[in-house]
Design a protein around this ligand. Sequence first.
Ligand code: ATP
Ligand code: MG
Length: 685
Amino acid sequence: MLDELNDAQREAATHIDGPLLILAGAGSGKTKTLTTRLAYLLGEVGIDPANTLTLTFTNKAATEMRDRALRMIGDKAAYPPLLCTFHKFGLIFLKFHIERLGRDNRFVIIDSDDKKRLIRSLAKDQKIDLNLSFLASEISKYKNTLLTPEEVVAKAELPDYKKAARIYQLYQENIEENNLVDFDDLLMLTYRILEENEDLRKETSQRYQYIMVDEYQDTNELQYKLLRQLCSEHDNLCVVGDDDQSIYGWRGANIRNILDFHQHFDNTKVVKLETNYRSTRPILEAANALIEHNSKRLGKKLVSHRGDGPEVELLHSLDEAHEARNIAQKIKGLLAEGVDPDEIAVLYRINALSRSLEEGFSREGLPFKLIGGMRFYERAEIKDIISYFRVLSNPHDDFSFLRIINKPKRGLGKTSIDKLMRLAHERQQSLYQAIESSSEAELASAVSKKAAKTLKTLNETIHELQDEAEKSLYNFVDFFEEKIGLKDFYGSMVDGFERILNIDEFYGYLRDSVMKNPELTLDEFLNDISLQSDQDEVEGDAITIMSIHAAKGLEFEHLYVIGMEEEFFPLLGDGCNMEEERRLGYVAITRAKTHLTLCYSDSRFYKGRRKQLEKSRFLGEAGLIQNASLKVTRNAEYKKGDLVKHKIFGIGRVQAVSKSGKEYKLRINFGGTKKEILSSFVQPA
Ligand code: ATP
Ligand code: MG
């Protein structure tokens, strides 16, 4: 397994004890080295898989790494090592230890969408009129800096922050009452438990003797602190990353974690990798030239192992529709040559740019998958099913209960639901308990006779579904659909067909999961899907359209980056961090293996109006338009009578030259057909 590595990589992979930092640029084999190191520890050194912990940025990366490492060592490992994201690790830890905080381990994870929904309703109750995203990110910030609601309330001074603190307090009360945890809790509570329980801290650290972290440049303060706890009994921590690829600063990632690693951990061995195995020279040169413009960096050099390849292409379009058509044409060409659609990707900086591509590709009949757009699990019909499942696994989850109480329509009006909520509140019960513990007559006096009957029936249905889910999760799916009839409900809507397809896909996915793991419980299934991230959907035979953020760590043979214009990339405006934008540019470019095309457009329709745009400064900084403009000056020297060559029309003779903006327009006679063409699109013949 070590034969596949170069000397520096091998040195890193075989370093066993003590802190190790692999700091290297994109495509230099950091992930490969980490994978090999894991295989080496298990297969050669004989470390028990149970004594390792490898943390990755996505579940997909974890699965891939596990498969590769295990393949390298054949079937030598007794059982698979723990490889997962920080969040998944938190989840596993909390399942075992959340009781130390006096909480029940049958908690449910809520996603960011649920979180916002809850904040909205709390803010409405409190008549607080603040932006929901602001509130959600404040709460996230508090948790990631380990501040309790009480601390935040005591500290807040400005009116808006006082309000945010109040919402945080109510939010935390609410989720604890409903036994919910949000994403931040997965890390924060884990940290708290380890911090407060020395015995457990010792035991856990002794258990995970060898810890590895990929993409370390994007860890935040809390993740760092958590790692410290996990390393309290040893210092066998190996991290890999690239300061130039730190792109989650906006979400609290702290680039200092990697820059100061050798100060955080004494006697750190630092390994640098300087050969890039992914990209051809022109791509690498563009990436290196671009990132050179950042000042806050360690500075690394990367040499291309692959050597020469096609020049980086620039694709100019008039507007977004034209851009989509242009790219579609190019991709059709590639597919016709037999290129596998999986090897092609189109990246964008902001989500809003993906729609025109989707439309364009659909029109051209190109197979594509959009990663991280409207997520599958965020669709209303899917969230409904998930809410039902959550109620089955934890009936006291009022949050989910309210979502399904009248879906499909059971004739329960808002008044009845409000009355039920009041009853539950008075009795300090969950909604479900309030129904369960009352006789129909009692309930009728609180709500109405009709509503009481409906609620009692719902109560019974929940019991039946729970029983069935216990018996066989595989057969449960049909039973569930028959009982609830979500397909009928959604089928009658305008876009019913698509929704039914989604529902079927979801049911199929549950059955599949049961096939793969016959022991699967509803609870585990729910937790797994809560932790799926954007990248996890990358699979199957299609062109990938995704954000640059989601593309981290991946590589594609043919890559297009759209929206290379000032304002869109770099994304200008409030809070713009130019160095982070440039790192994103670096990440984008370095995803390409052989063909890279950077696309820019003269205008785009955005936020209700058409905007005229300038080419991105990054094209210049990457040394790409400087060349183009040199070409323009040279081309300006074309004169009547010159012979020129065009990629598509072949050889022609210049008949006239005129100025067009910064360029020159040539009238060319191609064997009788006359065309007007910008000078940068032809070469001297
Ligand atoms: P990123 O910074 O983008 O995450 P990375 O440093 O993790 O990149 P890898 O994804 O591990 O890089 O490797 C990039 C590519 O180079 C992969 O296709 C990998 O298989 C290949 N590669 C890495 N090391 C070698 C090597 N020594 N010999 C041949 N190929 C290699
Ligand atoms: Mg990597």
